[in-house]
Write a protein that binds this ligand. Sequence first.
Ligand code: BES
Ligand code: ZN
Length: 446
Amino acid sequence: MPTTPHSIDEFLQFLRFASISADSKFAPQMTDCAAWLQRKLSSIGLHAEVSPTQGQPVVLARNETKPGRPTVLIYGHYDVQPVDPLNLWQNDPFDPTIRDGVVNARGSSDNKGQIFAHILGVEAALKQGELPVNLIFLIEGEEEIGSPSLAPFLEAHKQELACDVVVISDSPMIAPGTPTLCYGLRGIQAIEITLRGPDKDLHSGMFGGAVLNPLTALARLLTTLHNPDYTVAIEGFYDQVRPLQPWESDAWKKLPYQEKEILAITGVPELDGEWAHTPLERLWARPTAEINGMWGGYQGEGSKTVIPSLAHAKLTFRLVPDQQPEEILALVEKHLRAHLPDSVKMEIEVGHGGAAYLADPHDKWGLAAQAALKVAFAGREPALIREGGSIPIVADFKRILGVDTLLLGLCLSNCNAHSPNETFPLSHLDVGSALNQELLRELAKA
Ligand code: BES
Ligand code: ZN
């Protein structure tokens, strides 16, 4: 059933909420967005509620539970990333604008468009009768900050959330029109470090040369994270890395997303990283150490000759099976302390963490998902991929609820997720809705 102008209007309403979880200024928009979702899910005939957590509320919706049917939990998130730098956007990020069938708005791909496609699928199925499964929608508001409240919520509501399989669309398709089943995600560990030098900013002429500049110390410290060949130089970092299976590296070489496509999307003159691995292996099956931000000193117009008192950096480590976030954190801290000069002090603030995820794309759920993808995409064979991004709650679904997750991406790699001008093709609402309906039928049979 093709998307109606009415459902596109509703999608645009959903996109107008500035539901930025990272910034507490936007707390009212978070609440409003959750309430909007609850109304939408009720209006299609589900029992929907907004449930408080220790952080942002989650939206839960379900049909009538009947014995003898599998329970499918569809997870998504209504929070979005911050929008800066604002001047690079073609429109206000929360004033969704459609150009050539593609909507430009923060959150359009990550994750509002993809979760809305599932809602439309369930809406269409319910118009025709009963769903073939017991369904739970769980849509949270803290994914983009590492889901700090959701694992405790799962623990506390284990019984109500018991299910057979989880479905998530929050990742890219490997190429436009290619049905994609993602069976692995990288994990993540975030930290923020602060180096403290003099107890106040100093005149760099009066003290420069005798007092170590914390920004210089920070720059030197951060360069110790990598070897010249871009492998991570932290001792023990690779000890638990599970090697890629031969079928995976063979299959990945045939995918329609390789060096050329990555160059075109990123605009870099050439790729870099561990040369012993192909770009897709580096993105999907190798761990990394990234500097996401570093700052300190004078940032205003003109120059100001100071030795700053403080220097800061935000780091994340992308992890692969079987690296454990807590173990990596300990290795990182040991490395940083060992390379720190005595003339500055370091504070480490631990951020969010989550383990990597790897499933078998050929188990009964994986095969059901492949069958549904094939039907929804006019008979095309699905691509089996992993992804480099992280959805930390996926490992918690396994740990707490004991279930695997099917990752059926509906956005595109060039959708500008987390970047200015995030986009989502409106046609993906149709294909996502069709996929949802096929999938529920296939999962009911599995
Ligand atoms: N949709 C992404 C996850 C994703 C991105 C999966 C690319 C596969 C490919 C999700 O919204 C996200 O951005 N996750 C964060 C998690 C972090 C904040 C804990 C990420 O990967 O940076
Ligand atoms: Zn995201």
